[in-house]
Design a protein around this ligand. Structure first.
Ligand SMILES: [Zn+2]
Length: 113
């Protein structure tokens, strides 16, 4: 029996098979390195929070919270990107909506043939 192929991300071993779909998705997009900063969020009365990107909303049901979007997750490894702190957490790559961490970018995107 052969051992499954793994990749080490942020000190944890991931099965390549578990990330390959996300990697394939990410390779179809253009990424640029950016400092992660808080953005505005729409918080519904039900508690659901979504990123505010200028969409229409009903103030009776939603509240616009300035800088209320506190973090994003890496599309591939679910690493948390947030404002401040060390560069591993505060700098990532974005395609304008989604984010990936620097480590996944180096592992999977930068090195693609
Ligand atoms: Zn990642």
């Amino acid at each position: 029996m052969t051992q499954e192929a793994t990749v080490r991300i942020h000190g944890s071993d991931w099965k390549l098979a578990d990330v390959e779909d996300a990697v394939a998705f990410c390779r179809e997009h253009q990424w640029r390195r950016e400092q992660w900063v808080r953005r505005d969020a729409l918080v519904q009365r039900t508690g659901t929070t979504s990123l505010y990107t200028g969409q229409r909303y009903d103030p009776a049901y939603c509240e616009l919270v300035r800088r209320g979007w506190s973090h994003d997750h890496c599309e591939i490894c679910w690493w948390t990107l947030s404002e401040g702190g060390d560069e591993e957490h505060s700098v990532g790559y974005t395609n304008g909506g989604r984010w990936i961490c620097s480590e996944c970018y180096r592992h999977f995107i930068e090195t693609k043939a």
